[in-house]
Design a protein around this ligand. Structure first.
Ligand SMILES: CSC[C@H]1O[C@H](OP(=O)(O)O)[C@H](O)[C@@H]1O
Ligand SMILES: Nc1ncnc2[nH]cnc12
Length: 287
């Protein structure tokens, strides 16, 4: 596939991407195991796109079970340089009404170390910069695309990434509000870290589906209420993706493209052969 492929990771409620043409279902093997599902490759209004449902078709994988490393590695293998993540989130702020879109620019990590969130280890140590965890350029395009589609869009905001799968306690929900966080979900931080290590730009279209459990005037979050909001907004979300892929493209000038340049601290001589081979696609040019 030609360069400059856009990856779309569909979250809860988004298991396929309508409107793609020339589609192929591609099974990808990775040194990190199997991705959530086969990738769907093709074009969306002429733009090369690769689609992957994060939880697998039929929503088979919990947020902790998703093999994020395989998912991101597979995207890299298919030539993806930018990933649009589409996700459902709970709102932690009054003004982020269910049905609104948020394009977050920060994360707080409340995962529990169960998931693998780095390509490093097994004899190679590296530390990428992550102060700005999403790609600013890509996020600007996502904001513009969502606005052009008529959505109410909040630019920036902090996404709390919890482990799940149970939703938060009320005390936790209030705690996250006191942090100044905007939204809560269970997946995006892990993807953002791995995308950064794979030098892939990462940006998020988050659909606010509920007020979690802090809001006295609203029922606490349930799967039923989340799915109801997703269903009534899925056309808008797909419209935003279509509009976004038209805006994105060309040479990358952001720091994401060279995130690994100064990241590796290990002496190249000590890196085991199998580790080196497994990371050739991601790190080969630096080793
Ligand atoms: C169905 S509610 C909880 C579920 O929804 C979000 O999924 P995603 O981020 O893949 O859109 C959240 O992270 C949980 O996995
Ligand atoms: N309230 C919430 N907490 C965590 N993940 C969510 N996804 C959608 N709503 C959520």
């Amino acid at each position: 596939m030609a360069q400059d492929v856009i990856g779309v990771i569909g979250g809860s409620g988004l298991y396929e991407m309508e409107g793609m043409t020339g589609i192929e279902q591609v099974t990808v093997d990775t040194p990190f195991g199997r991705p959530s599902d086969d990738y769907i490759t093709g074009t969306l209004d002429g733009v090369p796109v690769v689609f992957l449902p994060r939880h697998g078709k039929g929503h088979r994988l919990t947020p902790s079970e998703v093999n994020y490393r395989a998912n991101i590695y597979g995207m890299k293998k298919l030539g993806v340089t930018r990933i649009i993540s589409v996700s459902a989130v709970g709102s932690l702020r009054e003004e982020i009404v269910p049905g609104h879109i948020v394009v977050p620019d920060q994360f707080i990590d409340r995962t529990k170390g169960i998931r693998k969130d780095t390509f490093f280890g097994n004899g190679i140590v590296g530390h990428v910069q992550f102060a700005d965890p999403v790609c600013r350029e890509l996020s600007d395009h996502l904001f513009a695309a969502a606005t052009a589609q008529g959505a109410t869009v909040h630019r920036g905001g902090t996404y709390v990434c919890m482990e799940g799968p149970a939703f938060s306690t009320r005390a936790e929900s209030h705690l996250y509000r006191s942090f100044g966080a905007s939204v809560i979900g269970m997946t995006n931080l892990t993807e953002a870290k791995l995308a950064r290590e794979a030098e892939i730009c990462y940006g998020v279209i988050a659909l606010s589906t509920d007020y979690d459990c802090w809001h006295e005037g609203h029922d606490e979050v349930s799967v039923e209420s989340v799915i109801a909001i997703i269903k009534s907004n899925v056309a808008m979300a797909k419209g935003i993706i279509r509009a976004a892929v038209q805006r994105i493209g060309g040479e990358r000038t952001c720091p994401c493209a060279s995130a690994l340049q100064y990241a590796v601290i290990s002496d190249t001589g000590v890196i085991p052969v199998e580790t080196r081979e497994g990371l050739e696609l991601i790190l080969g040019k630096y080793l």
